[in-house]
Design a protein around this ligand. Structure first.
Ligand code: ADP
Ligand code: MG
Length: 305
């Protein structure tokens, strides 16, 4: 059993400087709050440019937080060797993580050098082979190969295997299935489900409502840097309250099932619960573990906060 970590974002904001002469700035993430408990997959969904990768990069300590607080087990992210032993990211494009000149399993050697220098050769080989089998690859078929001799799915899974050689507690998976074909996609998702069972926390980032969304017990819907709706996945997608969430749902093609797009939202769920001023991040708790932002619809007469 791995030891999971609790991720907590409290009104996290990220502003990037924009323009060559330092004049303007872009607020890529605006007062975002949510958490992810150990053993929980939380999916972060929103269209391109909504700030998802920025959140992933802040969790990984690859970029700083401009405002609010982001903690893992109550401690602010402190990038360094000890941190990356427990917190790792896997990204959309697996090819970019490999140097084409070197064999793909060099990524394992790098982990060994940094984290397990004392492990004897034979034991290390056994650990690598086990990690490779854990991601449902055949060590004989993938070890010793060059990146161009492996598929995107194999490279992606090797990166997950590499993370498994650490004392991993939290994984950020940013659009990891986007480049994979349908069957490999299911393998990778099964793998994530396995990690979750082992007690890891996973932040699963995606731009569409893919299968991965259903792995997640909780979902955060992001739009233009803000959370528009979040909570229990079944509640968010079974009873979407924000017009944007409904738009995402309406974009999902369904096979073999008659599909009625959700009714347009006519009244603002936020202001229907009007007396409630919302939580500190400006969200209203519409039902237990289901929060929604103001939609700025005509009936509420307000512009979204
Ligand atoms: P997503 O992953 O949802 O597509 P990103 O987090 O990549 O969104 O980007 C959110 C916003 O922040 C976009 O407007 C993007 O242009 C901007 N942005 C991202 N990275 C940088 C950066 N390093 N410098 C300036 N702006 C950035
Ligand atoms: Mg992105």
């Amino acid at each position: 059993m791995l030891e999971g970590m609790m991720l907590t974002l409290d009104r996290v904001t990220k502003t990037y400087r924009a323009g060559a002469f330092g004049g303007g700035s872009v607020t890529a993430v605006d007062r975002v709050s949510f958490d992810a408990a150990p053993g929980e997959v939380v999916s972060l969904i929103g269209e391109s440019g909504s700030g998802k990768s920025t959140i992933g990069r802040m969790v990984l300590g690859l970029t700083g937080v401009s405002g609010g607080s982001l903690t893992l087990d109550g401690t602010p992210v402190r990038p360094g060797k000890d941190f990356y032993r427990r917190v790792q990211g896997v990204f959309q494009d697996p090819f970019s993580c490999y140097n084409p000149v070197f064999k793909a399993d060099r990524v394992f050697a790098m982990i060994r050098r940094a984290y397990h220098p004392g492990v004897p050769d034979r034991e290390w080989e056994q650990r690598v082979e086990k990690a490779v089998r854990d991601v449902r690859l055949d060590p004989g078929q993938v070890l010793g190969r060059y990146p161009h001799q492996l598929s995107g799915g194999q490279l992606q899974r090797l990166l997950i295997a590499r993370a498994l050689l650490l004392d991993l507690s939290f994984l950020v998976a940013d659009e990891i299935t986007s480049m994979l074909d349908a069957s490999t996609r299911i393998d990778v998702l099964n793998l994530l489900a396995g990690l979750k069972e082992r007690g890891l926390g996973v932040l699963y980032i995606t731009h569409d409502l893919s299968l991965g969304t259903y792995l997640a017990e909780r979902t955060v819907v992001l739009r233009r840097g803000r959370v528009v709706e979040r909570g229990n996945t079944q509640k968010v997608f079974g009873n979407p309250l924000h017009p944007y969430t409904r738009t995402l749902l309406a974009a999902v093609p369904r096979l073999n099932t008659p599909w009625d797009p959700p009714e347009p939202v006519e009244s603002c769920a936020y202001h229907r619960g009007a007396a409630d001023p919302g939580d500190s991040a400006g969200l209203h708790e519409a039902e237990d573990d289901h929060f929604v932002a103001c939609a700025g619809l005509p009936d509420c007469g307000r512009t979204p906060a």
